[in-house]
Ligand binder design. Structure first.
Ligand code: URA
Length: 211
């Protein structure tokens, strides 16, 4: 099967990720590191955006200068941990539209259950970046992408901090048209569906709700 994976292994990302992995890293620091990483990953995921030229005047002369073209892209945050990637990506692309997909994980079946959806119109004409820090079982990512596609999206990329081999396999199988950007392809999932070695529960670490 084709593997649509881009591991963004830039040294700055890997250094920041190591600090995030450390169990003693506090929530505020974890949040700011994820934001910094999302900016760097956003560069990669938007590398081939279509461009056009616009006439402008510099202080010295006229020129045809490149600007982004086409409909504004849309960032879909998979609640709640996706918001940890959203803030950095919005700094990179302030004009982006934002959608939210609310999914929780049934702790027994590990299946994704939808409880919220809100997104912009005309998704068929936009690049859609679906973001969730952890591609674990892949169930939430699959459900979020199903939802975005059912609302018209045709050009979708998925951005996560960490991917498990199991989640990657599922997403490649169910959505072979979606390229996945991650900072690390991890070793495995444990029996509770957590990524190893991982960062723990990304939502809890982002928002300080760890037990
Ligand atoms: N969700 C998380 O927050 N962490 C994991 O390791 C897996 C799923």
């Amino acid at each position: 099967m084709k593997n649509n994976l881009v591991v963004v292994d830039h040294p700055m990302i890997q250094h920041k990720l190591t600090i995030m992995r450390d169990r003693d890293t506090a929530s505020g620091k974890f949040r700011s590191l994820l934001k910094e990483i999302s900016l760097l990953m956003g560069y990669e995921a938007t590398r081939d955006l279509p461009m056009t030229n616009r006439s402008i005047e510099t202080p010295l002369e006229e020129m045809e200068a490149p600007v982004l073209s086409g409909k504004k892209l849309c960032i879909f945050s998979v609640l709640r941990a996706g918001d940890g990637l959203l803030t950095g990506l919005l700094e990179l692309v302030p004009s982006a539209r934002v959608g939210h997909v609310g999914l929780y994980r049934d702790e027994e079946t590990l299946e994704a259950v939808e409880y919220f959806y809100k997104g912009p119109q005309q998704l068929e004409d936009r690049l859609c970046l679906v973001v969730d820090p952890m591609l674990a079982t892949g169930n939430s990512a699959k459900a979020a992408i199903d939802k975005v596609k059912s609302n018209g999206a045709k050009n979708i990329r998925f951005i996560c901090l960490l991917a498990s081999p199991e989640g990657l396999e599922l997403l490649n199988r169910e959505h072979p048209d979606v390229t996945i950007y991650t900072a690390s392809l991890e070793r495995e999932l444990n029996s509770s569906g957590y990524i190893l070695p991982g960062v723990g529960d990304a939502g809890d670490r982002l928002f300080g709700t760890c037990k």
